[in-house]
Design a protein around this ligand. Structure first.
Ligand code: MD6
Ligand code: FE
Length: 201
């Protein structure tokens, strides 16, 4: 399904690997637990987050940035699992972005009511690289807008096993997640997990 120029939703692309991908998320979370980060404005984000890879996305009163270390432990983020790198490359290729090798993996955990307000992903160095985003567990409504904040976003349902690939003219499109509806998913229980793979450095 085409979301926009350079943005596609590959429905069910990761469905068969979902169990092992969730195992990899659980392993990462044991080494670097999910935590609620602070926005630069001082609010607590409603989705909790952790990272894997050479660069982890962090937010605090000083701003948004990538950091090689987990600020909670002072240790490097866990290694990017090979299963994530492989999935990211395959999904990017399916979306006609060849040779994508991520170095950053942000993992978001949404419980009922959690949301992500409209934003652009612009802390990465090279906007010619796409982003690959995997949804697991409870479904969510993805808000996909345009290049300015005031463009009315489209609403697209993201389900367990769906993979979105996002680049080219859509790389800096505004997007977000509507408040998560309550429910129970056999793979995750009462939450949604999003794994976003990027080339940050
Ligand atoms: C989420 N995703 O799906 C949040 N960003 O929970 C994102 O913010 C996102 O899905 C850039 C590209 C794809 C995404
Ligand atoms: Fe984003």
């Amino acid at each position: 399904m085409i979301l926009g120029p350079g943005a596609v939703l590959l429905r069910g692309f990761a469905l068969h690997d979902a169990e092992s991908l969730l195992d990899a998320v659980a392993r990462i979370a044991r080494a670097a637990p999910f935590r609620f980060m602070q926005t630069p404005g001082g609010f607590r984000m409603s989705a909790s987050m952790t990272n894997a890879g050479a660069a982890g996305w962090v937010s605090d009163r000083r701003g948004y940035r990538y950091d090689a270390r987990d600020p909670d432990s002072g240790k490097p983020w866990p290694k990017l699992p090979a299963a994530f790198t492989t999935l990211a490359g395959a999904a990017a290729t399916a979306a006609r972005f060849e040779g994508f090798v991520p170095d950053a993996c942000l993992i978001n955990r949404y419980e009922p009511g959690a949301r992500l307000s409209l934003h652009q992903d612009k802390n990465e160095r090279d906007f010619s690289q796409p982003i690959v985003s995997l949804s697991l567990g409870l479904p969510a409504v993805f808000l996909f807008g345009g290049l300015t904040r005031t463009d009315t976003p489209r609403r697209v349902r993201l389900e367990h096993g769906d993979v979105a690939v996002w680049g080219g003219p859509s790389r800096l499109a505004f997007h977000g997640i509507a408040p998560l509806k309550d429910g129970e998913h056999p793979a995750t229980g009462r939450c949604r997990i999003n794994v976003t793979l990027r080339r940050a450095l």
